[in-house]
Write a protein that binds this ligand. Structure first.
Ligand SMILES: [Zn+2]
Length: 351
């Protein structure tokens, strides 16, 4: 058992009193930084370069995240089997949890365990259900050993798989956040996102909602419907990309202006032209907050500047706000009395 003290106030108490921000997107950010391989997307970085994981956790908390999510996403048995390194499964999970616990404890943030889609689930194949449940049990067991405050089960595309994850979290007696990755209008099993969340809420999930796949514009209308359909807390963690009604998910975005990605496609390594700016993220945060959606965050593609904008939009001043933009001191565009008039005049070329 863990000797870690639970964080106070806890997740549910914080949600009763306002927003909880959870920064995600570790896979994409550490891939960009050169410490994770796109494709398998296995977080070996927690063993190979733990200092980089510490750094990113700290950057997200500095920017306003209330949660440090242990980086065990895709650190499950199936993913490690695919890359031929199952022997790393337990040390990877335990290291990820220790790193996250250290940052949570030094900052007062909540510590979250993490499980996700197993990539083995098949609806009519009972043996895959048992194997998936086993994968959840071993990861949840390590998370409990690591002293987590709550457990996130995310990016599910099958309702039954999400329900199995929820049951394992409930058996461990931890608060649960269950989110679906809604690619098309429906999940793989043909259930729409609202009905799926309602089923999870009815089964006792503490927080239900969506994460990943959809950008702010195409996640917002669905989470509003979810908010109206359930009585528990609702989560909204979009990817920071400009998805549209015609192209609702980031997997479908296609960059027609770039011929060099014609063969490989835009997702996941060439999405740069579609990244939302920080102001669009602030707008999303304000909108969901006024709708009573209190568990907010960002997924794949997010950087600390997005997280800070989200926090500030919710009325926070995280430590990173010390460095929020102040264009009054800009050499050409500034209005400050210390900027020479000659340069202010030169700055008119920007107008
Ligand atoms: Zn994601």
């Amino acid at each position: 058992m863990s000797t870690r003290k639970v964080t106070s106030p806890g997740l549910l108490e914080r949600l009763e009193n306002g927003a909880v921000i959870c920064a995600e997107g570790y896979l994409f950010e550490l891939e960009r930084r050169g410490y994770i391989q796109a494709g398998a997307f296995v977080p070996e970085v927690v063993l190979d370069h733990p200092e980089k994981v510490y750094e990113l956790h700290r950057e997200f908390v500095h920017a306003g995240s209330d949660v440090v999510e242990a980086f065990t996403y895709y650190g499950h048995r199936e993913k490690l089997r695919v890359i031929g390194k199952e022997e790393l499964l337990e040390p990877l999970n335990r290291n990820a949890l220790q790193i996250a616990a250290d940052v949570a404890d030094e900052s007062g943030a909540l510590l979250a365990g993490n499980i996700c889609n197993t990539n083995i689930w098949q609806p009519d194949n009972q043996s895959t259900h048992a194997a998936a449940r086993g994968m959840f049990e071993e990861q949840v067991g390590w998370a409990v050993d690591g002293g987590v405050d709550f457990i996130i089960g995310e990016t599910f595309c099958w309702v039954e798989e999400a329900l199995a994850a929820l049951q394992v979290i409930q058996a461990a007696d931890k608060p649960s956040v269950i989110t679906f990755a809604l690619d098309a209008d429906c999940l793989h099993d043909g259930v729409d996102g609202v009905t799926a969340c309602k089923q999870l809420a009815d089964a006792g999930a503490d927080v239900v909602g969506l994460n990943c796949s959809r950008g702010p514009a195409t996640m917002l209308p669905v989470v509003e419907e979810i908010r109206a359909a359930v009585s528990c807390h609702v989560a909204a963690l979009p990817v920071p990309y400009r998805t549209t009604a015609d192209v609702p998910t980031f997997q479908l975005l296609h960059d027609a202006s770039c011929s060099c990605t014609a063969d490989i496609g835009t997702f996941p390594t060439a999405l740069d032209p579609f990244v939302c700016n920080r102001y669009e993220i602030a707008e999303f945060a304000k909108k969901v907050h006024t709708k009573g959606i209190n568990y907010v965050g960002l997924c794949c593609g997010a950087g600390p500047h997005h997280v800070r904008s989200m926090a500030e939009a919710l009325g926070r001043t995280p430590p990173a706000s010390r460095y929020s933009p102040d264009m009054s001191k800009h050499a050409y565009q500034g209005t400050d009395e210390n900027i020479p008039d000659y340069y202010k005049n030169l700055g008119k070329m920007y107008e």
